[in-house]
Design a protein around this ligand. Sequence first.
Ligand code: NOJ
Length: 561
Amino acid sequence: MILLSHRRMRSLRGSFVLALSAVLALGACGTDPTPIETPEVEAPTAPTAEQQSRAATLLEGPDWYRHAVFYEVYLRSFQDSNGDGIGDLPGLVSRLDDLKGFGVDAIWLMPIFKSPFKDSGYDVSDYDAVSPEYGTKEDLKKLFDEAHARKMRVFLDLVFNHTSSEHKWFQESRTNKTNPKADYYVWSDTASSPTNACGPFNSTFGTVPWSLDAARDQYYFHRFYPGQPDLNFDNPEVVAETLGVAKRWLELGADGFRCDVIGLLFETNVPKDCGALQPKTAEYVKKLRAEVDKFPNRAMVAESVLFDSPKAYYGNGKDAFQMAFLFDFGYLWPIAFQSESRDQIDRAFRATDTFPEGYQNALVIGSHDVGRAFQVSQGKEWRHRRAAEIQMLARGTPYIYYGEELGLRPGTEKVVDARDSARTPMPWIRAEGHGFSVAKPWIAFGADAASTSVEAEKDDKSSMYTHYRRMLALRRGRAVFGTGAMALVDVGNPSVFAFTRSDATEAYLVVENMSESDQTVSAEVEGSELTRVLGDGKGKREGAKVTIDVPATGSFVAKLR
Ligand code: NOJ
């Protein structure tokens, strides 16, 4: 049994250092029989000055997005500045220092464009205007400038599959069959969906995807709500218009884009390989990438469609997206945890073996669509912590959904649709109003807002917020987590997910117990040390063999070399 009492561990620390030096002196021959016990190190909550300076260098280079930590913001719920109960751009600017201090490098802003908000901004009525509730174009420019002054970046959300039915293009298109915008949308005399190799197109929101427009006396196609008519990308003018939109936002200072349901752009009856991008979409993405590449160090992340493999979104590795969401991990991890089996998570990461060189996963564990990590963990907070460790340390760029770092609870008020439960205001302080707004917020806070506020959690060593700070402190300035290789490690136990990250400088082992029972596992790994840097497990190394005791619901992250 390798579990030792804390006192015994302390007394062993000196001998551990000696043993470690002996192993290092022996080199990599691995013949030293002296077992190395894991030293118990409490993970720091803040990076060192040296880590910060290494991070600054990494975040300036072309691989910046691999090293960055992204943070998804629903502006409406983040910080109100003008007392109307709705979050806005100046409010976000006032919180940049908080985000920077927490460890955020880049912000993904959910749509901030003019919109009737029938789908929380994913129904844009003017791609070139900021929603007046959120501020002005000058406010957005200020956000870009203030973020850049802090070496932070900002991605906008491009929603090109559809517009709002209030968009002036649709208003014109619907008037008759011959107007200049007549072919901007997908019109049909019948309400029958085109069928392709993957079956008929259906509405994602479960309704019939065609609605009759009385003025034009034709049906228009809408993959989402009826107020979101799909644009017709077979029309070259639509292609040119949307590329122009991207260009103008880049010129204003956007650092890149999250591209909404980009795999759905074309509705035509082209047989496609289910799970891959249609060739026409791939062509469009290349054009978009060429636009983005005209500006230095910009990047894009694709919202892959449902569980399509994101492989095709990377093109040849240089001509399409730099990042794509790996939803097989991001959305399916709760199922894996429920079954206490790592299989699904293994599958998600194994699938990336065939991705083109240079791909970079975008990793989420909660979102404005699927709910907060707290919700999908079914209230088992430990599952959220374990999934977040995988998200922060596996190969990929983590995208933290605002409030996830606090373990925010779901709300109950519905303004738009059921997804509102995960779109409630950010509680900054304990007191009433929680520092979000002096007015009644547009939607009620989620449960337990006071005890899950930043103020309540920041000095609590056991809070979710502190857990996030520890994970971010570990990742910061360590190139291995941004660009190092990832290898799944079979520890001979299906309830324990494990992997290594390694590059020429360092190597780490990450071991996550997905069950509510203590587990002891072993594996052969590289390196000559086993220094715990995060988690509550304990380990022993004998040559290449490591044996780890991971308590029920716990984890063990160690430096191997
Ligand atoms: C995906 C977005 O994440 C979701 O919130 C939205 O409803 C649909 N796309 C439609 O834009």
